[in-house]
Design a protein around this ligand. Structure first.
Ligand code: CP
Ligand code: NVA
Length: 309
């Protein structure tokens, strides 16, 4: 029955905006408490998070681990290669077994179907810690960061310049959920595919998909980019050639609104998708954004485990 379905966090499209807002409100409140050294509540005391990493991570790994500790719980770090998963145990059986030991699971795995299979077979909540398709935890932190710096994101204009990837997909989902405009510029060869275009049309989200970086950025309140070579991409040199005109440099940034901020999920490849001048410049909020992974995910963890309304 529906009441027995764990509160998974798989994609921003899967949850009502009100629930996403509840998580962000909890995140903002917990961040404020933390900054005031008043982090006494331990809503997840006695709870254990299993983190499965089939791909490398710095931010996701550390922020989930520290987040669980701050909430009073614990975490266990597992890498796909060291698990029986790496020797062919199924995702479904892994889900069934881990559900007997831990209270919640976070997984980073490129195959999005594997994430869904894990969730379908787990009796505890599952969190998407990045797949080839999406990166919803990142964009929750990004929305939180935008709003901290510039107020409500509703009605604002966010520009993406780069390739079509997992982070962009979650930004598109967020544009629909949080009602902001998203201008996307990608090389034609690395543009969002039919599934994303169909979703944009069906959702009615205010998303424009083009190929001109300057046009996308003009007047925007926030400029975002990401690495030109995501985990799992093989054609690195080809992608670099296609993506050169999409670099966020001072000239491109100057076309955005004068108060525009710059965001990047990190890790950054300086001199490639972004210049030092921009990422280290006054408009960049990339380290606030990285910090907010911790706070946003505390909101997500608490929501998944029923510690948020
Ligand atoms: N932005 C992000 O998810 O970083 P990691 O790959 O270091 O977790
Ligand atoms: N698009 C990047 C994000 C890394 C956090 C990747 O998938 O590698």
């Amino acid at each position: 029955s529906a009441s027995n379905t764990p509160r998974h966090f798989l994609d921003l499209t899967e949850l009502p905006t009100s629930e996403l807002r509840n998580m962000l409100a909890a995140a903002v409140a917990m961040k404020a408490k933390r900054k005031a050294n008043a982090d006494a509540d331990k809503p997840l005391a006695g709870k254990t998070l299993a983190m499965i990493f089939d791909k490398p991570s710095t931010r996701t790994r550390v922020s989930f681990d520290v987040g669980m500790r701050q909430l009073g719980g614990e975490s266990i770090m597992l890498t796909g290669a060291e698990m029986q998963l790496g020797r062919g145990e199924t995702i479904a059986d892994t889900a069934r077994v881990l559900s007997r030991f831990v209270d919640i699971i976070m997984i980073r795995i490129l195959n999005h179907e594997a994430l869904l299979e894990l969730a379908a077979n787990a009796t505890v909540p599952v969190i998407n810690g990045l797949t080839r398709k999406s990166h919803p935890c990142q964009v929750m932190a990004d929305v939180m960061t935008f709003e901290e710096h510039r107020g409500p994101i509703k009605g604002r204009t966010i520009a993406w310049t780069g390739d079509d990837n997992n982070v962009l997909a979650s930004w598109a989902h967020a544009a629909h959920q949080f009602e902001f405009k998203l201008n996307v510029a990608t090389p034609p060869q690395l543009a969002p595919g039919k599934a994303m275009r169909d979703w944009v049309k069906a959702s009615g989200a205010a998303i424009t998909i083009g190929t001109d970086a300057e046009e996308a950025v003009r007047g925007a309140d926030c400029v975002i980019t990401d690495t030109w070579v995501s985990m799992g991409d093989k054609d690195g040199e080809h992608r670099h050639n296609l993506l050169k005109p999409y670099q966020v440099n001072a000239k491109l940034m100057s076309l955005a609104h004068k108060d525009a901020i710059f965001m990047h999920c990190l890790p950054a490849h300086r001199g490639e998708e972004v210049t030092d001048e921009v990422i280290d410049g006054p408009q960049s909020v990339v380290f606030d954004e990285a910090e907010n992974r911790l706070h946003a995910q505390k909101g997500i963890l608490a929501w998944c485990l029923g510690a948020v309304a």
